[in-house]
Design a protein around this ligand. Structure first.
Ligand code: CTP
Ligand code: CA
Length: 226
């Protein structure tokens, strides 16, 4: 795909993609994470590379190999991802936040392994930084794309995220649908844009979904409407 020049709609564009889950440390042997596998973000990185983009992939811990020809930065926690993203933000043309970033982290990180005691355990948690929201507040020329993995009210929540995060595009999927969940090879996406439009796609591979998202991004970037 996209080997010829005229088929490289993202030629010379700098695109930053975050992928995978984050890990929030409890103690030296335990952490909190989520079910993200990084497949959608890695598919986006590969497709963007094939469309001629200069790709910077910031990845949480995943079991898959990054695509060749893509610069990769591995991170673990939401805070590390935040730092990595902010460092490269001003030099990016497009940012796609595919990562499933932890919303909370343990307030205290224990230096030694926690020992069990009688009775229940409560771990006090504090909010992490909302990376996409920060980007929305600080953006100058960048096209900002967020994801929304939902289990209900997909349209309502996606539109809310467009607004609160000042994103140009939110790619939403209902992770409860067969073929659209975590770890699947396929996805069923809807693209919501700042201009109010919504595009619903049928079930397709994550590679095909990645190309659709990037073609939308390339067209918007060209229009310069963001
Ligand atoms: N996101 C982020 N930083 C966070 C949390 C989320 O950058 N601390 C980004 C995700 O990468 C994604 C988008 O925000 O692109 C939406 O994430 P999501 O978890 O669906 O939304 P939240 O705003 O965290 O709201 P909630 O989890 O309550 O639905
Ligand atoms: Ca969240």
């Amino acid at each position: 795909f996209f080997k010829q020049k005229e088929e490289q709609p993202l030629k010379n564009k700098k695109i930053m993609i975050t992928a995978g889950p984050t890990r929030e440390i409890i103690d030296p042997v335990r952490f909190l994470t989520n079910r993200s596998t990084g497949k959608m973000g890695y598919a986006l990185a590969e497709a963007a590379r094939d469309m001629g983009a200069d790709v910077y992939l910031i990845s949480g811990p995943v079991a898959i190999d990054p695509p060749r020809g893509v610069e990769v930065k591995k991170v673990e926690s939401a805070e590390e991802m935040y730092q990595a993203v902010m460092e490269k933000f001003s030099a990016s043309d497009i940012v796609i936040k595919t990562a499933a970033v932890a919303d909370y982290r343990p307030k205290v990180v224990y230096e030694e392994k926690m020992k069990k005691q009688d009775g229940d355990l409560t771990i006090e948690m504090e909010r992490t930084k909302d990376i996409l929201k920060t980007l929305g507040q600080e953006k100058t020329h960048q096209l900002l794309i967020g994801f929304a993995a939902e289990t209900a009210n997909v349209e309502e929540y996606a539109r809310k995220k467009l607004q609160t995060k000042q994103a140009d595009m939110i790619v939403a999927n209902n992770v409860k649908l067969a073929g659209a969940g975590f770890g699947a090879e396929t996805n069923i996406i809807s693209i919501f844009k700042k201009d109010g439009t919504q595009k619903d796609f049928d079930l397709m591979t994550k590679q095909a979904a990645a190309r659709e998202i990037l073609l939308e991004a390339a067209a918007d970037l060209q229009k310069g409407e963001h």
